[in-house]
Design a protein. Structure first.
Length: 144
């Protein structure tokens, strides 16, 4: 997935890695969505855990940071807690483009079957909406 944000890279990186910011955009797909748990131990080997509360219940995710190169790259594992044996690896790269930031997120799933299940779940649409919220957040952070 790629997305171009109208904000400097250091600000997008901060918004993606600090709990007080992540709570405002991650999984916030509309009315009735929140992130009541947002734990981040932001260091290689550190753990993270997010719980997304939504109108039909909750969905929890966790993982471990493998690589952190501020403000350009983060590699981490991601596990949807309903499927605890399915580990994906996410590589998020941020590059500067004329004062804007391009996020390229690559996800390696353990199999094509898992990838196809994730895509069928609507993940791409949800990620797009979350990135809309991230865009709003970085615009707000720039103003303050």
């Amino acid at each position: 997935m790629t997305r171009l944000f109208n904000a400097p890279r250091h600000l997008v990186f901060e918004a993606m890695t600090k709990p007080e910011h992540v709570r405002q955009w991650w999984g916030r797909l509309g009315e009735g969505y929140s992130v009541p748990v947002c734990e981040i131990d932001f260091r290689p080997g550190g753990a993270w855990r997010f719980v997304n509360r939504h109108p039909k219940g909750e969905a929890a995710f966790h993982g471990e940071y493998r690589e952190i190169t501020p403000p350009s790259r983060v590699v981490f594992t991601e596990i949807f807690e309903q499927f605890p044996d399915t580990v994906s690896v996410v590589t998020a790269e941020l590059s500067e483009e004329g004062g804007k930031t391009r996020l390229t997120a690559t996800v390696r799933y353990p199999s094509l079957e898992v990838r196809d299940m994730v895509i069928a779940s609507g993940m791409a649409k949800g990620a797009g909406i979350s990135y809309d919220r991230l865009e709003e957040l970085v615009a707000e952070l720039q103003r303050s």
